[in-house]
Design a protein around this ligand. Structure first.
Ligand SMILES: NC(=O)c1ccc[n+]([C@@H]2O[C@H](COP(=O)([O-])OP(=O)(O)OC[C@H]3O[C@@H](n4cnc5c(N)ncnc54)[C@H](O)[C@@H]3O)[C@@H](O)[C@H]2O)c1
Length: 318
């Protein structure tokens, strides 16, 4: 008789990072229960396309469900689950300033609902998508997880801190292993259309001006999707302690000017620049110290920026 596959719940599995995580789990012989409500933050059709490689896979159960709907979560999650990888969220720093209440609801109450599912169903492992934005305007770069000084400057960032802390509560009270992964600007095939690399690439291709905020010196630690997925997968198997926070970055901060130059080289086209003042909520640099993830998760990002951007281009042009 074939052995039953371990079933992993992935929230936000129709999104950019989630769809890659689901594919990776299926490749490694897991069954996956995806929860996603196709939040209208960006086009549902894009998210449906993200799921096209696995939506008909017999090892996938797709639940179109809002993580705020506690009773439906309780009713529909009726299997045995090995772990929860909780990626569903209202994402994006700038839109959170326009609509802080909905960010608070989905990212904090929604996370609590998933922690409640873990508690009630006895699911021991909980991997949570946190964000580099929690560090905010902390000046001690590269940022380290054990630097307790978090200075968030957007509602989005503060929801991620709240969720990390709630994870600690559930870990302490109920023995749920909670692993918060602070992702640093993730890019690659299927990247969210609101994020700069995606938005700029389309504009460059269409000879439209790109909105270039500030003087080009702001820096981001861009991290390629496959490296992030490897870190998530490793956290799924981490068992050495019950609560940890990990930076998943690339340990290489790239300026806005450098990023645009790389796009110009990869797309073989000059960008038309529309200079604008710095944006509210944007931090000047994100830069990860990844030594903890290297040590405990064997996390070793492999993808140079120009290679990752070239892979993104190949996907975009398809
Ligand atoms: N992309 C990045 O650079 C980045 C950086 C740091 C942290 N993160 C975090 O990683 C996670 C995934 O990000 P992403 O870039 O793939 O975003 P995404 O928007 O592509 O994916 C999030 C998914 O969650 C779903 N979702 C939203 N609200 C929901 C709800 N109420 N119920 C059920 N599903 C819901 C959306 O429909 C979407 O498919 C998020 O938690 C995000 O905050 C992303």
């Amino acid at each position: 008789m074939p052995t039953q596959k371990d079933n992993i719940i992935v929230t936000g599995g129709a999104g950019f990072i989630g769809s890659h995580v689901v594919e990776h789990l299926l490749q490694h012989n897991y069954a996956v229960t995806v929860i996603d409500n196709f939040d209208p933050f960006y086009d549902k059709k894009i998210k449906q396309k993200n799921t096209s490689s696995f939506i008909s896979n017999p090892d996938v159960t797709f639940l179109e469900l809002d993580i705020l709907d506690k009773s439906q979560l309780q009713n529909q999650l009726c299997g045995d689950y090995k772990a929860i990888i909780h990626l569903a969220a209202k994402a994006g720093v700038r839109p959170s300033i326009e609509n802080p209440t909905s960010y608070q609801a989905v990212n904090v109450a929604g996370t609590q609902n998933m922690l409640e599912i873990a508690r009630v169903k006895g699911i021991k492992q909980f991997v949570f998508a946190s964000s580099s934005s929690v560090y905010g305007v902390n000046k001690n770069i590269p940022w380290q997880e054990n630097d307790g000084l978090l200075f968030p400057i957007s509602p989005y960032a503060s929801t991620k801190i709240s969720a990390e802390l709630m994870g600690h509560v559930y870990s302490h009270l109920y023995g749920i292993r909670f692993l918060a992964l602070r992702f640093f600007t993730v890019y690659g095939p299927r990247q969210r259309p609101d994020l700069a690399i995606h938005a700029f690439s389309k504009k460059i291709l269409n000879n439209q001006p790109i909105n270039f905020f500030g003087d080009g010196s702001t820096k981001r630690d861009y991290t390629y999707i496959d490296d992030i997925v490897a870190g998530v997968y490793s956290a799924l198997h981490y068992t050495s302690s019950d609560y940890e926070v990990f930076n998943l970055g690339n340990h290489h901060a790239i300026s806005l000017t450098e990023m645009v130059n790389t796009l110009e080289i990869v797309f073989e086209k000059k960008a038309i620049i529309n200079k604008l003042p710095e944006q509210m909520g944007d931090v000047s640099i994100t830069y990860a110290d990844i030594s903890k993830a290297q040590r405990l998760l064997n996390y070793n990002p492999q993808t140079p920026f120009n290679v990752g951007v070239a892979n993104f281009k190949t996907w975009l042009l398809k």
